[in-house]
Design a binder for this molecule. Sequence first.
Ligand code: ZN
Length: 130
Amino acid sequence: MLHKIRTTKPQQFIDITNKVADEVKNSNVRDGIAVIYVPHTTAGVTINENADPDVVRDMISALDKTYPVHGEYLHFEGNSHAHIKASLMGSSCTVMIQDGKLLLGTWQGIYFCEFDGPRNREFYVKIIRD
Ligand code: ZN
């Protein structure tokens, strides 16, 4: 299913765990996998800690130190840092579904990763029955 979101910052991690969990619930699939796919070149998706919001802030600042917004890049659009960060996070993730629920660790959340916002963005969730 297609989900549309609006990001509000140039770089931002948005917790989409509940949107994916709702889709798993509505599918009535007890055992299977959920694939989350982001069809963008300057945004990605990753799984990381959802308890302390400083974790995602630290991830963005560490990525910025390694791949600064204004670095020595050739790409004419001036957003190479965003392309690099999007590829590092990846364009999809897969989470197992067990007993009708996402098999995530206690502290894990699924994040949509914006690197060239704010923009209207999309991601897809596909639920596959085992
Ligand atoms: Zn570009």
